[in-house]
Design a protein around this ligand. Structure first.
Ligand SMILES: NC(=O)c1ccc[n+]([C@@H]2O[C@H](COP(=O)([O-])OP(=O)(O)OC[C@H]3O[C@@H](n4cnc5c(N)ncnc54)[C@H](O)[C@@H]3O)[C@@H](O)[C@H]2O)c1
Length: 457
Protein backbone atom coordinates (compact mmCIF):
# COMPACT_ATOMS: atom_id res chain seq x y z
CA UNK A 1 0.00 0.00 0.00
CA UNK A 2 1.33 3.45 -0.87
CA UNK A 3 0.56 6.26 1.56
CA UNK A 4 0.35 10.00 0.86
CA UNK A 5 3.89 11.22 1.00
CA UNK A 6 5.30 14.58 2.00
CA UNK A 7 7.76 16.36 -0.25
CA UNK A 8 10.62 15.02 1.87
CA UNK A 9 9.28 11.47 1.72
CA UNK A 10 9.11 11.67 -2.07
CA UNK A 11 12.61 13.10 -2.22
CA UNK A 12 14.04 10.28 -0.08
CA UNK A 13 12.04 7.58 -1.91
CA UNK A 14 13.57 8.80 -5.17
CA UNK A 15 17.11 8.69 -3.82
CA UNK A 16 16.54 5.16 -2.52
CA UNK A 17 15.08 4.04 -5.84
CA UNK A 18 17.94 5.57 -7.79
CA UNK A 19 20.46 4.21 -5.28
CA UNK A 20 21.99 7.69 -4.99
CA UNK A 21 21.57 7.91 -1.23
CA UNK A 22 24.30 7.90 1.42
CA UNK A 23 23.84 5.41 4.25
CA UNK A 24 25.26 6.10 7.70
CA UNK A 25 25.89 3.40 10.30
CA UNK A 26 26.36 4.59 13.87
CA UNK A 27 28.23 1.96 15.90
CA UNK A 28 30.59 -0.34 13.98
CA UNK A 29 30.60 -3.49 16.11
CA UNK A 30 29.41 -7.04 15.45
CA UNK A 31 26.15 -5.65 14.01
CA UNK A 32 27.12 -2.31 12.49
CA UNK A 33 30.24 -3.20 10.52
CA UNK A 34 28.70 -6.18 8.66
CA UNK A 35 25.67 -4.00 7.87
CA UNK A 36 27.84 -1.14 6.58
CA UNK A 37 29.86 -3.58 4.46
CA UNK A 38 26.66 -5.12 3.05
CA UNK A 39 25.53 -1.69 1.76
CA UNK A 40 28.98 -0.69 0.53
CA UNK A 41 29.58 -3.92 -1.40
CA UNK A 42 26.22 -3.42 -3.10
CA UNK A 43 27.41 -0.08 -4.42
CA UNK A 44 25.76 2.24 -1.88
CA UNK A 45 27.97 5.00 -0.50
CA UNK A 46 28.23 4.25 3.21
CA UNK A 47 29.66 6.24 6.11
CA UNK A 48 30.53 4.36 9.29
CA UNK A 49 30.68 6.20 12.62
CA UNK A 50 32.06 5.02 15.93
CA UNK A 51 33.20 6.60 19.18
CA UNK A 52 35.99 4.03 19.36
CA UNK A 53 39.00 5.72 17.72
CA UNK A 54 40.84 2.42 17.31
CA UNK A 55 38.06 0.93 15.14
CA UNK A 56 37.92 4.08 13.00
CA UNK A 57 41.71 4.05 12.54
CA UNK A 58 41.67 0.38 11.49
CA UNK A 59 38.85 0.93 9.02
CA UNK A 60 40.51 4.01 7.56
CA UNK A 61 43.40 1.70 6.67
CA UNK A 62 40.95 -0.83 5.23
CA UNK A 63 41.59 -3.28 8.06
CA UNK A 64 38.85 -5.64 9.18
CA UNK A 65 38.36 -6.49 12.88
CA UNK A 66 35.20 -8.67 12.75
CA UNK A 67 35.97 -12.39 12.33
CA UNK A 68 32.88 -13.19 10.24
CA UNK A 69 33.76 -10.62 7.59
CA UNK A 70 36.12 -11.31 4.73
CA UNK A 71 39.25 -9.10 5.10
CA UNK A 72 39.43 -8.68 1.30
CA UNK A 73 35.81 -7.48 1.06
CA UNK A 74 36.33 -4.87 3.79
CA UNK A 75 39.59 -3.70 2.19
CA UNK A 76 37.91 -3.44 -1.24
CA UNK A 77 34.93 -1.48 0.14
CA UNK A 78 37.32 1.02 1.76
CA UNK A 79 39.66 1.22 -1.25
CA UNK A 80 36.74 1.90 -3.62
CA UNK A 81 35.55 4.74 -1.36
CA UNK A 82 32.17 3.01 -0.90
CA UNK A 83 32.87 2.59 2.82
CA UNK A 84 34.26 5.56 4.71
CA UNK A 85 34.99 5.61 8.43
CA UNK A 86 34.25 8.83 10.32
CA UNK A 87 34.77 9.87 13.91
CA UNK A 88 33.13 13.26 13.45
CA UNK A 89 29.35 12.94 14.00
CA UNK A 90 28.82 16.23 12.10
CA UNK A 91 29.18 14.12 8.95
CA UNK A 92 25.85 12.48 9.86
CA UNK A 93 24.31 15.48 8.10
CA UNK A 94 25.62 14.04 4.81
CA UNK A 95 23.66 10.80 5.28
CA UNK A 96 20.13 10.13 4.03
CA UNK A 97 19.50 6.95 6.00
CA UNK A 98 21.14 6.34 9.39
CA UNK A 99 21.19 2.98 11.16
CA UNK A 100 21.83 3.02 14.92
CA UNK A 101 23.74 -0.11 16.02
CA UNK A 102 25.04 0.83 19.48
CA UNK A 103 25.25 -1.46 22.53
CA UNK A 104 22.32 -2.03 24.89
CA UNK A 105 23.89 -3.52 28.03
CA UNK A 106 22.32 -3.82 31.45
CA UNK A 107 23.25 -2.11 34.71
CA UNK A 108 24.84 -4.09 37.60
CA UNK A 109 21.25 -4.60 38.86
CA UNK A 110 20.26 -6.02 35.47
CA UNK A 111 18.09 -3.07 34.52
CA UNK A 112 18.22 -1.82 30.90
CA UNK A 113 20.92 0.72 30.04
CA UNK A 114 19.79 2.62 26.94
CA UNK A 115 22.31 5.44 27.46
CA UNK A 116 24.18 4.52 24.24
CA UNK A 117 20.93 4.80 22.24
CA UNK A 118 20.20 8.18 23.82
CA UNK A 119 23.73 9.43 23.09
CA UNK A 120 23.42 8.24 19.48
CA UNK A 121 20.05 10.01 19.14
CA UNK A 122 21.63 13.20 20.50
CA UNK A 123 24.45 13.02 17.94
CA UNK A 124 21.86 12.62 15.21
CA UNK A 125 19.74 15.48 16.58
CA UNK A 126 22.78 17.78 16.48
CA UNK A 127 23.34 17.03 12.78
CA UNK A 128 19.76 16.42 11.64
CA UNK A 129 18.32 17.81 8.42
CA UNK A 130 14.99 17.27 6.65
CA UNK A 131 14.61 14.21 4.47
CA UNK A 132 16.53 11.81 6.72
CA UNK A 133 15.43 8.35 7.83
CA UNK A 134 16.66 6.91 11.15
CA UNK A 135 16.49 3.19 11.84
CA UNK A 136 17.22 1.90 15.33
CA UNK A 137 18.67 -1.63 15.28
CA UNK A 138 19.87 -2.06 18.87
CA UNK A 139 17.81 -4.61 20.79
CA UNK A 140 15.67 -2.87 23.40
CA UNK A 141 12.33 -2.87 25.22
CA UNK A 142 9.09 -1.98 23.43
CA UNK A 143 8.49 1.75 23.31
CA UNK A 144 12.15 2.84 23.13
CA UNK A 145 11.89 4.15 19.57
CA UNK A 146 8.68 6.12 20.16
CA UNK A 147 9.14 7.26 23.77
CA UNK A 148 12.90 7.82 23.98
CA UNK A 149 14.33 8.33 20.48
CA UNK A 150 11.53 10.27 18.80
CA UNK A 151 11.42 13.06 21.44
CA UNK A 152 15.15 13.66 20.99
CA UNK A 153 14.58 14.38 17.28
CA UNK A 154 11.16 15.97 17.04
CA UNK A 155 10.20 19.65 17.09
CA UNK A 156 7.36 21.64 15.59
CA UNK A 157 9.18 22.01 12.26
CA UNK A 158 10.75 18.58 12.24
CA UNK A 159 7.87 16.13 12.35
CA UNK A 160 8.03 12.36 12.13
CA UNK A 161 6.54 11.02 8.89
CA UNK A 162 6.85 14.44 7.21
CA UNK A 163 10.27 16.08 7.57
CA UNK A 164 12.01 12.99 8.95
CA UNK A 165 11.31 9.28 9.27
CA UNK A 166 11.90 6.82 12.10
CA UNK A 167 11.66 3.05 12.40
CA UNK A 168 12.84 0.13 14.50
CA UNK A 169 14.35 -2.86 12.74
CA UNK A 170 16.01 -5.51 14.92
CA UNK A 171 19.24 -7.21 13.95
CA UNK A 172 19.47 -10.99 13.69
CA UNK A 173 23.12 -11.52 12.80
CA UNK A 174 24.45 -14.76 14.28
CA UNK A 175 28.25 -14.52 14.45
CA UNK A 176 29.91 -17.78 13.39
CA UNK A 177 26.87 -18.92 11.35
CA UNK A 178 28.15 -20.08 7.95
CA UNK A 179 24.70 -20.21 6.28
CA UNK A 180 22.84 -17.17 7.52
CA UNK A 181 24.57 -13.80 7.45
CA UNK A 182 23.59 -10.14 7.40
CA UNK A 183 22.65 -10.10 3.71
CA UNK A 184 20.43 -13.19 3.53
CA UNK A 185 18.68 -13.18 6.92
CA UNK A 186 15.14 -11.72 6.69
CA UNK A 187 14.74 -8.45 8.57
CA UNK A 188 11.62 -7.08 10.31
CA UNK A 189 10.83 -3.34 10.02
CA UNK A 190 8.26 -1.30 11.96
CA UNK A 191 7.99 2.47 11.40
CA UNK A 192 6.35 5.16 13.51
CA UNK A 193 4.07 5.98 10.56
CA UNK A 194 3.18 3.91 7.47
CA UNK A 195 5.42 6.14 5.34
CA UNK A 196 8.30 5.54 7.78
CA UNK A 197 7.77 1.78 7.38
CA UNK A 198 7.67 2.03 3.58
CA UNK A 199 10.86 4.07 3.37
CA UNK A 200 12.68 1.93 5.94
CA UNK A 201 11.71 -1.25 4.06
CA UNK A 202 12.87 0.23 0.74
CA UNK A 203 16.21 1.39 2.18
CA UNK A 204 16.84 -1.92 3.97
CA UNK A 205 16.00 -3.90 0.83
CA UNK A 206 18.99 -2.31 -0.93
CA UNK A 207 21.24 -4.56 1.16
CA UNK A 208 19.03 -7.30 2.65
CA UNK A 209 17.32 -9.98 0.55
CA UNK A 210 14.01 -10.17 2.43
CA UNK A 211 12.33 -7.42 4.44
CA UNK A 212 9.20 -8.05 6.54
CA UNK A 213 7.11 -4.97 7.43
CA UNK A 214 5.10 -4.91 10.68
CA UNK A 215 2.56 -2.38 11.91
CA UNK A 216 4.66 -0.50 14.50
CA UNK A 217 8.10 -0.17 16.09
CA UNK A 218 6.66 -1.77 19.23
CA UNK A 219 5.83 -4.99 17.36
CA UNK A 220 9.34 -5.06 15.91
CA UNK A 221 10.91 -4.35 19.33
CA UNK A 222 8.84 -7.06 20.99
CA UNK A 223 9.39 -9.69 18.29
CA UNK A 224 13.16 -9.41 18.73
CA UNK A 225 12.76 -10.01 22.46
CA UNK A 226 10.49 -12.98 21.74
CA UNK A 227 13.20 -14.51 19.51
CA UNK A 228 15.80 -14.23 22.27
CA UNK A 229 13.49 -15.27 25.10
CA UNK A 230 12.48 -18.32 23.04
CA UNK A 231 16.13 -19.36 22.86
CA UNK A 232 16.81 -18.61 26.52
CA UNK A 233 13.78 -20.62 27.70
CA UNK A 234 14.53 -23.61 25.48
CA UNK A 235 18.20 -23.69 26.45
CA UNK A 236 17.16 -23.53 30.11
CA UNK A 237 14.73 -26.41 29.60
CA UNK A 238 17.43 -28.63 28.18
CA UNK A 239 19.95 -27.49 30.82
CA UNK A 240 17.52 -28.54 33.55
CA UNK A 241 16.86 -31.88 31.85
CA UNK A 242 20.64 -32.38 31.50
CA UNK A 243 20.97 -32.15 35.28
CA UNK A 244 18.14 -34.65 35.72
CA UNK A 245 19.73 -36.97 33.14
CA UNK A 246 22.97 -36.85 35.13
CA UNK A 247 21.08 -38.25 38.11
CA UNK A 248 19.09 -40.85 36.20
CA UNK A 249 21.96 -41.97 34.00
CA UNK A 250 20.50 -41.13 30.58
CA UNK A 251 22.47 -39.28 27.88
CA UNK A 252 20.62 -35.98 27.18
CA UNK A 253 22.56 -35.47 23.93
CA UNK A 254 21.24 -38.73 22.54
CA UNK A 255 17.75 -37.85 23.80
CA UNK A 256 17.78 -34.48 21.98
CA UNK A 257 19.18 -36.07 18.82
CA UNK A 258 16.43 -38.69 18.88
CA UNK A 259 13.70 -36.08 19.48
CA UNK A 260 15.06 -34.02 16.60
CA UNK A 261 14.16 -36.80 14.15
CA UNK A 262 10.54 -35.65 14.53
CA UNK A 263 9.99 -33.62 11.36
CA UNK A 264 7.53 -31.17 12.96
CA UNK A 265 6.82 -29.54 16.32
CA UNK A 266 10.34 -29.93 17.75
CA UNK A 267 13.51 -27.90 17.48
CA UNK A 268 16.76 -29.13 19.06
CA UNK A 269 18.52 -27.10 21.76
CA UNK A 270 21.59 -28.36 23.60
CA UNK A 271 22.88 -28.02 27.17
CA UNK A 272 26.13 -26.27 28.04
CA UNK A 273 28.04 -24.40 30.74
CA UNK A 274 25.59 -21.46 30.61
CA UNK A 275 24.75 -18.71 28.18
CA UNK A 276 26.76 -15.65 27.21
CA UNK A 277 27.09 -13.00 24.54
CA UNK A 278 25.29 -9.72 24.14
CA UNK A 279 21.84 -11.08 23.29
CA UNK A 280 20.26 -14.10 24.95
CA UNK A 281 21.67 -13.33 28.36
CA UNK A 282 20.74 -9.65 28.47
CA UNK A 283 17.69 -9.05 26.30
CA UNK A 284 15.14 -11.05 28.31
CA UNK A 285 15.89 -8.79 31.30
CA UNK A 286 14.83 -5.79 29.19
CA UNK A 287 11.34 -7.25 29.04
CA UNK A 288 11.13 -8.46 32.63
CA UNK A 289 12.17 -4.96 33.75
CA UNK A 290 9.44 -3.41 31.61
CA UNK A 291 6.84 -5.93 32.79
CA UNK A 292 7.29 -4.71 36.39
CA UNK A 293 5.86 -1.34 35.35
CA UNK A 294 2.69 -3.22 34.36
CA UNK A 295 2.50 -5.21 37.65
CA UNK A 296 3.39 -8.30 35.67
CA UNK A 297 5.93 -11.02 36.41
CA UNK A 298 7.48 -12.73 33.41
CA UNK A 299 7.94 -16.09 35.12
CA UNK A 300 9.38 -17.92 32.11
CA UNK A 301 12.13 -15.30 31.73
CA UNK A 302 13.02 -15.39 35.43
CA UNK A 303 13.00 -19.19 35.60
CA UNK A 304 15.10 -19.57 32.44
CA UNK A 305 17.63 -17.05 33.75
CA UNK A 306 17.81 -18.88 37.08
CA UNK A 307 18.50 -22.26 35.42
CA UNK A 308 20.97 -20.88 32.86
CA UNK A 309 22.85 -18.78 35.43
CA UNK A 310 23.28 -21.86 37.63
CA UNK A 311 25.05 -23.81 34.86
CA UNK A 312 28.58 -22.41 35.45
CA UNK A 313 28.17 -23.40 39.13
CA UNK A 314 27.06 -26.87 38.07
CA UNK A 315 30.09 -27.24 35.80
CA UNK A 316 32.34 -25.97 38.60
CA UNK A 317 30.89 -28.79 40.78
CA UNK A 318 31.67 -31.40 38.10
CA UNK A 319 35.28 -30.19 37.95
CA UNK A 320 35.75 -30.06 41.73
CA UNK A 321 34.37 -33.62 42.04
CA UNK A 322 36.98 -34.80 39.56
CA UNK A 323 39.76 -33.04 41.44
CA UNK A 324 38.54 -34.65 44.67
CA UNK A 325 39.02 -38.10 43.12
CA UNK A 326 42.71 -37.47 42.59
CA UNK A 327 45.52 -37.39 45.16
CA UNK A 328 45.98 -33.63 45.09
CA UNK A 329 45.13 -30.80 47.46
CA UNK A 330 42.77 -28.22 45.99
CA UNK A 331 45.38 -25.47 46.22
CA UNK A 332 47.80 -27.54 44.13
CA UNK A 333 45.24 -28.68 41.57
CA UNK A 334 45.58 -27.55 37.97
CA UNK A 335 42.59 -27.08 35.67
CA UNK A 336 42.63 -26.25 31.97
CA UNK A 337 39.55 -24.73 30.34
CA UNK A 338 39.27 -25.30 26.60
CA UNK A 339 37.50 -22.30 25.09
CA UNK A 340 36.83 -18.87 26.61
CA UNK A 341 34.60 -17.34 23.91
CA UNK A 342 30.89 -17.60 24.70
CA UNK A 343 30.25 -19.87 21.73
CA UNK A 344 31.96 -21.93 19.03
CA UNK A 345 34.31 -20.27 16.52
CA UNK A 346 33.71 -16.67 17.63
CA UNK A 347 36.09 -14.23 19.31
CA UNK A 348 33.39 -12.69 21.53
CA UNK A 349 34.06 -12.92 25.25
CA UNK A 350 31.10 -10.90 26.49
CA UNK A 351 29.44 -12.56 29.52
CA UNK A 352 31.12 -15.84 28.63
CA UNK A 353 30.16 -18.67 31.02
CA UNK A 354 33.74 -20.01 30.73
CA UNK A 355 34.95 -16.84 32.42
CA UNK A 356 32.50 -17.46 35.24
CA UNK A 357 33.65 -21.08 35.62
CA UNK A 358 37.27 -19.87 35.86
CA UNK A 359 36.36 -17.33 38.55
CA UNK A 360 34.37 -19.89 40.55
CA UNK A 361 37.30 -22.31 40.47
CA UNK A 362 39.68 -19.60 41.68
CA UNK A 363 37.17 -18.70 44.41
CA UNK A 364 37.24 -22.33 45.49
CA UNK A 365 41.01 -22.13 45.87
CA UNK A 366 41.98 -24.21 42.82
CA UNK A 367 45.73 -23.60 42.58
CA UNK A 368 46.00 -22.98 38.88
CA UNK A 369 43.38 -22.26 36.23
CA UNK A 370 44.67 -21.92 32.67
CA UNK A 371 42.86 -21.78 29.37
CA UNK A 372 43.34 -22.33 25.69
CA UNK A 373 41.36 -20.38 23.08
CA UNK A 374 42.72 -19.68 19.60
CA UNK A 375 40.50 -16.58 19.32
CA UNK A 376 40.92 -15.02 22.78
CA UNK A 377 44.57 -14.24 23.54
CA UNK A 378 43.98 -12.97 27.09
CA UNK A 379 41.27 -12.45 29.70
CA UNK A 380 40.92 -10.74 33.06
CA UNK A 381 39.20 -12.59 35.88
CA UNK A 382 37.35 -10.55 38.53
CA UNK A 383 37.70 -7.50 36.28
CA UNK A 384 37.35 -4.20 38.08
CA UNK A 385 37.93 -5.68 41.54
CA UNK A 386 41.03 -5.59 43.74
CA UNK A 387 41.77 -9.23 42.98
CA UNK A 388 41.69 -8.80 39.17
CA UNK A 389 43.80 -11.56 37.65
CA UNK A 390 44.99 -11.62 34.08
CA UNK A 391 45.39 -14.88 32.14
CA UNK A 392 46.96 -15.57 28.76
CA UNK A 393 45.80 -18.37 26.50
CA UNK A 394 48.22 -21.29 26.18
CA UNK A 395 50.00 -20.77 22.85
CA UNK A 396 49.15 -24.29 21.63
CA UNK A 397 47.59 -27.57 22.79
CA UNK A 398 50.09 -30.41 23.00
CA UNK A 399 49.84 -33.85 24.66
CA UNK A 400 52.62 -33.07 27.15
CA UNK A 401 50.85 -29.82 28.09
CA UNK A 402 47.47 -31.50 28.56
CA UNK A 403 48.98 -34.16 30.83
CA UNK A 404 50.00 -31.49 33.34
CA UNK A 405 46.38 -30.76 34.29
CA UNK A 406 44.30 -32.71 36.80
CA UNK A 407 41.12 -31.79 34.89
CA UNK A 408 40.61 -30.46 31.37
CA UNK A 409 37.16 -28.97 30.78
CA UNK A 410 35.69 -28.25 27.33
CA UNK A 411 33.84 -24.99 27.89
CA UNK A 412 33.60 -23.89 24.22
CA UNK A 413 33.69 -26.38 21.34
CA UNK A 414 35.84 -24.47 18.84
CA UNK A 415 36.21 -26.55 15.70
CA UNK A 416 39.97 -25.89 15.45
CA UNK A 417 40.71 -28.18 18.44
CA UNK A 418 41.80 -31.83 18.00
CA UNK A 419 39.42 -33.44 20.52
CA UNK A 420 40.70 -36.98 19.93
CA UNK A 421 44.14 -35.78 21.03
CA UNK A 422 42.56 -34.01 24.02
CA UNK A 423 40.85 -37.26 25.07
CA UNK A 424 44.03 -39.34 24.59
CA UNK A 425 46.33 -36.97 26.44
CA UNK A 426 44.27 -35.72 29.38
CA UNK A 427 43.83 -37.38 32.77
CA UNK A 428 40.13 -36.42 32.94
CA UNK A 429 38.02 -34.38 30.52
CA UNK A 430 34.78 -32.73 31.64
CA UNK A 431 32.95 -32.16 28.37
CA UNK A 432 30.15 -29.58 28.61
CA UNK A 433 29.53 -29.40 24.83
CA UNK A 434 29.66 -33.03 23.66
CA UNK A 435 32.75 -32.04 21.69
CA UNK A 436 34.28 -35.49 22.31
CA UNK A 437 31.26 -37.32 20.87
CA UNK A 438 33.38 -39.27 18.36
CA UNK A 439 35.85 -40.58 20.94
CA UNK A 440 35.24 -44.28 21.59
CA UNK A 441 37.38 -44.86 24.69
CA UNK A 442 35.38 -42.77 27.15
CA UNK A 443 36.84 -43.95 30.45
CA UNK A 444 38.33 -40.54 31.28
CA UNK A 445 35.42 -38.46 29.93
CA UNK A 446 32.71 -36.90 32.06
CA UNK A 447 29.98 -35.66 29.74
CA UNK A 448 27.56 -33.06 31.09
CA UNK A 449 24.06 -34.53 31.09
CA UNK A 450 25.03 -38.11 30.39
CA UNK A 451 24.71 -39.82 33.74
CA UNK A 452 28.45 -40.34 33.92
CA UNK A 453 29.02 -37.43 36.24
CA UNK A 454 30.10 -38.12 39.79
CA UNK A 455 26.83 -36.57 40.97
CA UNK A 456 24.98 -39.65 39.73
CA UNK A 457 26.88 -42.07 41.94
N1 LIG B 1 26.32 -9.20 18.48
C1 LIG B 1 25.24 -9.83 18.04
O1 LIG B 1 25.33 -10.99 17.66
C2 LIG B 1 23.89 -9.13 17.99
C3 LIG B 1 22.86 -9.74 17.29
C4 LIG B 1 21.62 -9.11 17.21
C5 LIG B 1 21.42 -7.89 17.87
N2 LIG B 1 22.45 -7.33 18.57
C6 LIG B 1 22.20 -6.02 19.20
O2 LIG B 1 22.81 -5.02 18.39
C7 LIG B 1 23.31 -3.96 19.22
C8 LIG B 1 24.80 -3.77 18.94
O3 LIG B 1 25.47 -4.96 19.32
P1 LIG B 1 26.97 -5.26 18.88
O4 LIG B 1 27.21 -6.68 19.24
O5 LIG B 1 27.22 -4.81 17.49
O6 LIG B 1 27.75 -4.29 19.88
P2 LIG B 1 29.30 -3.87 19.80
O7 LIG B 1 29.69 -3.49 21.17
O8 LIG B 1 30.07 -4.92 19.07
O9 LIG B 1 29.28 -2.59 18.85
C9 LIG B 1 28.71 -1.40 19.21
C10 LIG B 1 29.59 -0.25 18.71
O10 LIG B 1 28.92 0.99 18.96
C11 LIG B 1 29.92 1.95 19.29
N3 LIG B 1 29.26 3.09 19.94
C12 LIG B 1 28.79 3.19 21.18
N4 LIG B 1 28.19 4.39 21.36
C13 LIG B 1 28.28 5.05 20.20
C14 LIG B 1 27.85 6.34 19.74
N5 LIG B 1 27.17 7.16 20.54
N6 LIG B 1 28.13 6.68 18.48
C15 LIG B 1 28.82 5.86 17.66
N7 LIG B 1 29.24 4.63 18.03
C16 LIG B 1 28.97 4.24 19.28
C17 LIG B 1 30.89 1.18 20.13
O11 LIG B 1 32.15 1.80 20.19
C18 LIG B 1 30.94 -0.17 19.40
O12 LIG B 1 31.96 -0.19 18.42
C19 LIG B 1 22.97 -4.34 20.63
O13 LIG B 1 21.75 -3.77 20.98
C20 LIG B 1 22.81 -5.85 20.57
O14 LIG B 1 21.96 -6.34 21.57
C21 LIG B 1 23.69 -7.91 18.62
Amino acid sequence: MTHRRSHWAQHLAKRIKQRTLTVGVLGLGYVGLPLAVEFARKGIRTFGFDTNAEKIALLERGQNYIRDLDDRVVADCVASGMLQAHSNPARLADCDVIFICVPTPFTPNKDPDISFILAAAESIAAAKRPGQLYILKSTTFPGTTRKYVQPKLEDSRFRCGREYFLAFSPERVDPGNKTWHTGNTPIVVGGITPVCTELACAATALAIEKVVPVSSPEVAEMEKLLENIFRSVNIALVNELAQLCDRIGINIWEVVQAAATKPFGFMPFYPGPGIGGHCILIDPYYLSWMAREYDFTTSFIELAAEVNEFMPYYVRNLIIEQIARQPVEIDRARVLLLGMAFKRDVDDLRHSPALKVAELLRNDGVGRVDYYDPYIPSVVLFEGSKRAESLQSLPALRPNVLRRYHVVCVTTDHSAVDYAMVARSSRVVVDTRNALRDVSDRRNIVLLGSGRSPLSS
